[in-house]
Design a protein around this ligand. Sequence first.
Ligand code: NAP
Length: 293
Amino acid sequence: MQLLDGKYTAEQIKAEIAEEVVRIKARGGKIPHLAAVLVGNDGASETYVAAKVTDCKQVGFDSTLIRLPADISEETLLGHIDQLNRNPDIDGFIVQVPLPEHIDETRVTLAIAPEKDVDGFAPASVGRMCLGLPTFISATPNGVMELLRRYNIETSGKHCVVVGRSNIVGTPMSILMSRNSNPGNATVTLVHSRTPNMVEICQSADILIVAIGKPDFITADMVKQGAVVVDVGITRVNDSSRASGFRLVGDVHFESVKEKCSFITPVPGGVGPMTRASLLQNTLKAQTLRPQI
Ligand code: NAP
C-alpha cells in the first residue's frame, strides 16, 4: 500500500503557486486577492477561515477577512456580496458556511458573481463544469482529481464508486471522474443512503471515493484487493488523550483497509490539505483566466 500524501502534495502545489506569484510580481502584474466572509463566531468556521488566510500569506496572495455579526440581516449580507462582486481589487471570494439559520444559503450562493466564485458552488460554475467549460471546480473534488493526477493513478476504463451525493463533494466528484479527461474516463457509480446493495457495489470498485461523514464506515470487507481508496470524510471524535479533546476520523477504517488497497489517503493529511491548495489554485485562476470564465 502506498499513501496518497495530500499534505506533501499540497505543499508542492503551494510552492508552485508561490513561484507563479513571484513571476506575476516581476512582470508588474496584479497579485491575486482572495476575500473571505465570515458570519458569526462558529469555532470550526473560524479555524477554516484562519487557515485560508494563512495559506494566502504563504503563497504571497493578498487576502481580506470580512467579519460580520451573527445577527446580520440577509439583505445587509447580500449588500456586502454586491460590493465584493464590484470591487476590481478582489479576484475571488468565499462566504464561509454554515451561515446562521435565518440566512438563505442558496440566495447567498446565487448572489456571488460567477467570475469570482472560487468555491465553485454557484449554479453557473457547476453547469460549466458539467459541460467541460473553463470554470472554478469546487475545491474538494478538484483536490481529489489533482491528487490522482499527481500520483499517476490510472482511472481510464476503471470502475469508480463514489459514496455520497452532496452538491459540494459527491455529485461533482462523480461527474469529474466520468468526463473524457485524465484523470477521468472512469465508469462511475454514485451510491447514497438509499442504495440497497452498497457493500456489493463498493466491493467492485477499482477506485473508491468516500464522502459521507460517518467515521470508519468503510471496512476492509467492502474493499476490493488492490483498490485505490480516497477518504474525504472528516469527523471530530472525542478523545480525552489529546490536548484538543478530539481527533479527526475519516469515513474509511484506515487500519484494516490499508492492508488491502494499493493506494489510500490518510485522515488527516489526505484530502483536507488538497482542498485548501485547490482554493489557492482557483484564486490564481480567477486572477489570470477571468476573461474565459
Ligand atoms: P453531506 O452533505 O452530509 O452528504 C453526505 C452524503 O452521504 C449524502 O449524500 C448522504 O446520502 C450520504 N450518506 C450518508 N450516510 C450514508 C450511508 N450510510 N450510506 C451511503 N450514503 C450515505 O456531506 P459532505 O458535505 O459531502 O461531507 C461528507 C464528509 O466529507 C464529511 O465528513 C465532511 O466533513 C467531509 N468533507 C471533507 C472535506 C475535506 O476537505 N477533506 C471537504 C468537504 C467535506 P443522502 O443524500 O441519501 O442523504
